[in-house]
Structure formats: C-alpha cells, structure tokens
Design a protein around this ligand. Structure first.
Ligand SMILES: NC(=O)N[C@@H](O)C(=O)O
Ligand code: NI
Length: 170
C-alpha cells in the first residue's frame, strides 16, 4: 500500500494534535521594548497524568533508508510529544486516527516545510521520528515520570509488502 504524503497544515492535522509555527500561535505581541515578537501559546504540553513532568530534549535524527517503509506505530498514553526542527529541516510525520489498533486505512502522512513542528496529542498513534535530511536536530518536549508511556504496534503488510510513501510531485 502507498500512503499519500500531504503538506502539513493545522486543519488536516487537528485530529492528531497541533502544528507548531508562528502562524499557529493563539496570540502574538511585541515584548522587550518592541525588539521581540512573542508568538504566544502555540501548543499545549499535556504530560501531567500519573505524576509526569514536562522535559525538553534534543533528538539528532538521521534519514531513514529509502524507500521509507512504515512497519510500526507507537503512542504515548500518558503524555503529548512535540517535535520542532532546529535547522529548518523538512521531516515526515505519519499518524493514525483513533485510539484503537490502527488499520492501514487510518494512516495519514504529512511533510513539514521545515518551519513547522508538531505536537502529537496524548495517545495518538504516530511513527517514531522520520528525519529526511542529513543529521539534523529536533527540540522535543514530552513527558518524564512513572508509569508506562509507550505502546508499540506492528502494522499489517499487503502481499508481504510494507506501507511505503507516495510523495507529492515537485
Ligand atoms: N523513543 C522516543 O523517545 N521517541 C519516539 O517517541 C518518537 O516519537 O520519536
Ligand atoms: Ni513518540
């Protein structure tokens, strides 16, 4: 099965979480004597269940071998997880609707233009980081704390072939 890669946009991504960009701030105003613009309250961090705390990490991602195969998904039942590219790099996002076992038809794929990050809402199925450009860093905001915050699942194959991607025509 080939999964169509869509340009990332807030409306399309809304069932899965939030797009993080200067265009998606809930408010925007000047601070610091007008020298800085605050893009305020872009995305929410939802990590407090079962005593979780928010932490900031950096993931240094390297591209997956091409053609990228989508063989598994994961979710974090106790917290959201945010990815922000730190050097304007594009990256791939694969998510699935619903909180039950994801079926292939529930999968959606998006590509960030490099100015956009994402927050996966708590318990949303997603593929672990899919970097597309040579070794690039991502700021991560997610949860540290007790309890199991990771479910993983293998995806079915069709005719012994894993899900691959149908990239937009450039
Ligand atoms: N394993 C880990 O911390 N990262 C994943 O959750 C991911 O979504 O990349
Ligand atoms: Ni994750």
């Amino acid at each position: 099965m080939k999964l169509k890669v869509e340009p990332l946009n807030p409306a399309a991504f809304a069932p899965f979480g939030e797009v993080i960009s200067t265009a998606t701030a809930r408010d925007e105003y000047k601070i610091n004597l007008g020298t800085t613009t605050r893009f305020h309250d872009i995305s929410r961090v939802d990590v407090g269940d079962e005593g979780g705390i928010p932490i900031i990490s950096i993931f240094r991602g390297t591209p997956r071998p091409m053609p990228i195969e989508i063989k598994m998904m994961e979710r974090h039942p106790l917290g959201s997880q945010a990815f922000v590219p730190l050097s304007g790099q594009k990256f791939l996002i694969v998510v699935a609707e619903g909180s039950d076992t994801p079926a292939l038809e529930d999968l959606r794929a998006f590509i960030s233009d490099g100015t956009q990050g994402v927050t996966y809402a708590k318990n949303v199925w997603h593929h672990p980081l899919l970097a597309l450009e040579p070794e690039s860093d991502f700021l991560i905001v997610d949860r540290s704390g007790p309890g199991n915050n990771l479910n993983e699942i293998d995806l079915p194959m069709v005719d012994d072939t894993p899900v691959t991607l149908d990239w937009p025509q450039t």
